[in-house]
Design a protein around this ligand. Structure first.
Ligand code: SF4
Ligand code: SF4
Length: 454
């Protein structure tokens, strides 16, 4: 192998010896695996667009309302008070991805990662349609600015900008919900100027990523891609070149690989899979399809490049299950079970009672001491709840600001109340008091707070 061919060990393939970007002109993929990925990507894209419009109990299927600290995931609502439960869910998701990576390599990158789906299934398809396959695109880019080139580039980048804006709007809906998004669209943009500027910036970033930065997200930026070195092992099923069958390569040699470089031409990250598993490989399967076509032409069995573990290629057989992924599965099962338990057993309401900051106590003429409290109650059910607060630990009385404590479904109730306790009930300057929250005379939650007195 020449030094130039070995350079993949020193630097990303899309970078020259001086560190400058080398543009990847990937051949248009086609074949069985590409068709499967295309179908799956349509399903994911449809799901992504539909989510803010799908309703479960009148709520969006998924809503990440950061401003109101309210998250809805498949109809289940999580408030700021549920951060621990949400963290368990996120941890389960991360572990699931890790388990999948250990077992099936970067299947996520090739099949489900938004970066791959947007780039390969939307932006590149538009590019192929307008500018043609890789040789035509290369010629167009290298050629002079003719009328045809200006027209093609304007059309392509115009569509890219339009799609980038559309993408930003769909993502916005995930954070605001479709109803609020419709309101925002109808309102004069001066009313939401800062939000409008953020939208322009995000759209600009999307446009820049999918027009220029492209595969470098996977090869240089993505932290998940960087972790492959520690996640993958010889048992992981990845897109692999069967070197035992393929080598020695070349038309005059005995190996099945005819060294046609078609697997390299089609690769969106520009790598040669015959060099072994590399961090730049996003497991997109394009080289499998391309090599299978060559195998068909040369009358050889398909699968010279295929999904296989290093062990399978080396020893001819391997089991999907091994100690490592069994251990991850157990950890995942434990954490996910804990999440289910905490989620199912979480209280129907979440109460917070804190003494009003800056106020101490008041001595009253009726021989009582009073403290002022701020009360917040979050109703996690889908029903409106009439509630009542009572003091459980001492004799005393509560005077609410306002008459009723009716908390709307999925709503938040905020109010203030004064607690009066007779002096003889108090024997310290700081007393722990316990409140009970009642719904139709049924105690549903208790809360402890501090009462200060002279
Ligand atoms: S496409 Fe197949 S035959 Fe051609 S170089 Fe790649 S591995 Fe060898
Ligand atoms: S080596 Fe094959 S599977 Fe990996 S990114 Fe390139 S074309 Fe896709």
């Amino acid at each position: 192998m020449s030094i130039a061919e070995l350079s993949f060990r020193d630097r990303p393939i899309n970078m020259d010896a001086k560190g400058s970007r080398k543009w990847v002109y990937a051949k248009k993929p086609s074949g069985k695996w590409y068709r499967r990925r295309t179908l799956f990507s349509w399903f994911l894209l449809l799901f992504w667009i539909a989510v803010p419009w799908i309703r479960v109990n009148e709520n969006p299927l998924i809503l990440l309302d950061i401003a109101n600290r309210k998250f809805i995931i498949f109809g289940a609502i999580f408030w700021a008070q549920d951060t621990f439960i949400l963290a368990l869910l996120m941890l389960s998701f991360v572990l699931f991805i890790v388990l999948f990576t250990v077992t099936f390599g970067r299947i996520w990158c090739g099949w489900a990662c938004p970066q791959t789906i947007f780039l390969e299934m939307i932006f590149r398809k538009i590019e192929y349609l307008i500018e043609g396959d890789y040789k035509k695109r290369y010629k167009l880019d290298q050629g002079p600015w003719t009328g045809e080139k200006i027209l093609k580039k304007t059309l392509k980048h115009g569509l890219f900008i339009f799609i980038a804006i559309a993408m930003t709007n769909v993502f916005l809906m995930w954070f605001t919900g479709s109803e609020r998004w419709l309101e925002l669209v109808r309102e004069p943009f001066r009313q939401n100027l800062s939000g409008f500027i953020v939208m322009i910036v995000v759209s600009g970033v999307f446009y820049w990523i999918y027009s220029f930065f492209r595969e470098q997200v996977c090869t240089m930026v993505c932290p998940y891609g960087r972790m492959q070195g520690v996640l993958l092992d010889s048992n992981s099923i990845v897109v692999s070149y069967d070197y035992k069958r393929g080598e020695p390569r070349g038309t005059k040699n005995e190996g099945d690989c005819i060294d046609c470089h078609q697997c390299v031409s089609v690769c969106p990250t520009g790598i040669d899979i015959r060099n072994g598993t590399q961090l730049e490989c996003i497991n997109c399967t394009a080289c499998i399809d391309q090599c299978n076509k060559i195998m068909h032409i040369t009358n050889k069995a398909p699968g010279l490049i295929r999904y296989a573990s290093e062990k399978t290629i080396k020893e001819g057989h391997a089991s999907v299950w091994n100690t490592r992924n069994r251990a991850y599965s157990v950890v995942l099962l434990v954490i996910f079970s804990f999440f289910i338990y905490t989620f199912v057993s979480r209280p129907v309401i979440e109460t917070t009672i804190l003494r009003t900051p800056g106020l101490l106590f008041q001595e009253n003429g009726d021989n009582t001491i009073s403290n002022v409290y701020n009360l917040t109650i979050v109703n996690k059910t889908h029903e409106e709840m009439p509630l009542e607060i009572r003091l459980l630990s001492h004799k005393g009385r509560i005077q609410m600001a306002g008459n009723s404590m009716i908390v709307k479904d999925q709503g938040r109730f905020e109010s203030t109340f004064i607690l009066f306790i007779p002096k003889e009930e108090l024997n310290s300057d700081k007393t722990e008091v316990e409140f009970g929250i009642f719904n139709n005379n049924e105690l549903i939650e208790t809360y402890k707070a501090t009462f200060v007195s002279p």
